[in-house]
Design a protein around this ligand. Structure first.
Ligand SMILES: Nc1ncnc2c1ncn2[C@@H]1O[C@H](COP(=O)(O)OP(=O)(O)OP(=O)(O)O)[C@@H](O)[C@H]1O
Ligand SMILES: [Mg+2]
Length: 349
């Protein structure tokens, strides 16, 4: 039976800014089993990175987690572990800067490849040494043992081992990205959060690296959250998919459910805006309008102002998450009526 590794329940993360709040993530819930890859997709600014940071609890100083949010990792609620009630803002919790208990989870059990991390290596140190250093910070082993591990990791991610002693500027973009993947794997974590891991690369390199990640995932039964705005990437990689729009989770299900049994108008719009993964010809349709300002989101459904199916009620009431079938949920007042009517990303013309 599939065993649950991560359960995110009603996660809400808001940023305090001078003029008020940015409602970046609101009531996001999903579950990931061991050995699964979950794709987290949505347009720029919809809260994907904030959700990733909310899981590993590495949020910015001005981020507040709403009371009632849960991030259950292998049975432990990381929100309780790493936050305390805010004295300033009622109903919110804030991150405790240094928490010894959380250290047991961050990097060792959950690692993250940051968006734009390709340039995160320090230019004055050799790449291999930076990974060795990360291992030695967390594990009580010798330099030689750590170096041996990095050699194994380089083989795993496809970098020639003799590159260990090169500096970051001597690596190509693809190689730096592979080294980041090696870094994320270095402490043998249970969960890897990869935030746009290949977006900065050319398509050929992107394809090759994604292929290798898929192979690694399968071979080592890794559990992964793959954050991307690119629907074709999740189509290729993900077992489960979370679709986000303007801070809300709008649909969650298996890849098949999301692509073939689409139950949310935003998911349909997003699929139509991306090329078909099989390269079949279809006319791409841009989503009219633009996402709302998250410091002042619409009070009803956040997609309603752009939704071709919206009715009066959508502008007034926030839709609940409706369960279409076990595990497949959609945040839409008309999810049940629209289910079966909407066209998914595959198979439509
Ligand atoms: N520290 C911060 N303070 C205030 N607002 C923030 C902060 N960090 C992010 N935001 C805002 O929160 C919202 C969600 O941002 P986030 O980076 O999570 O989106 P994203 O889906 O990862 O976008 P992208 O695809 O561009 O990476 C955006 O409106 C963003 O401007
Ligand atoms: Mg992001």
């Amino acid at each position: 039976m599939a065993s649950k590794l991560l359960e995110v329940k009603d996660l809400s993360i808001h940023y305090k800014i001078r003029t008020g709040w940015v409602y970046a993530v609101d009531d996001v819930s999903f579950t990931i089993n061991r050995g699964e890859t979950m794709g987290l997709v949505g347009e720029s600014g919809c809260g994907k990175t904030t959700t990733g940071y909310g899981i590993i609890q590495l949020l910015a100083n001005n981020a507040y987690i709403k009371e009632g949010s849960q991030v259950l990792f292998d049975g432990t609620d990381l929100v309780t572990l790493s936050t305390e009630p805010s004295k300033k803002y009622e109903g919110y919790r804030r991150i405790i800067e240094y928490h010894p208990e959380m250290r047991k989870f961050r990097w060792k059990r959950i690692s993250m490849i940051f968006q734009g991390a390709m340039n995160a290596f320090n230019p004055v140190f050799k790449v291999g040494d930076q990974i060795i250093e990360a291992i030695l910070t967390h594990e009580n082993i010798t330099y030689e043992e750590a170096r041996k591990r990095v050699e194994r990791l380089y083989k795993l991610v496809g970098i020639p081992v003799d590159r260990i002693d090169n500096y970051p500027h001597e690596y190509s973009g693809g190689m730096k990205q592979r080294a980041m993947i090696a870094m994320a794997l270095a402490l043998n974590p249970d969960l890897i959060i990869a935030d746009e891991p290949t977006t900065a690369l050319d398509v050929v390199t992107q394809d090759r690296i994604l292929g290798e990640m898929a192979r690694l995932q399968k071979k080592h039964n890794l559990t992964m959250i793959l954050i991307t705005h690119d629907v074709s990437v999740v189509a290729e990689m993900a077992h489960k998919i979370s679709v986000m729009y303007a801070g809300h989770l709008v649909e969650f299900g298996t890849a098949r459910e999301i692509f073939k049994e689409t139950a949310n108008p935003y998911t349909e719009a997003l699929m139509k805006a991306f090329p078909n993964i099989r390269g079949e010809k279809k006319r791409l349709q841009a989503i009219p309008g633009s996402p709302p300002d998250l410091s002042n989101p619409p009070k009803g459904c956040r997609f309603a102002p752009r939704c071709p199916y919206a009715k009066d009620r959508c502008l007034e009431e926030k839709p609940p998450l409706v369960e279409i079938s076990p595990g497949h949920v959609s945040r839409c007042h008309f999810a049940e009526e629209l289910y079966g009517e909407l066209s998914g990303g595959e198979g439509n013309e």
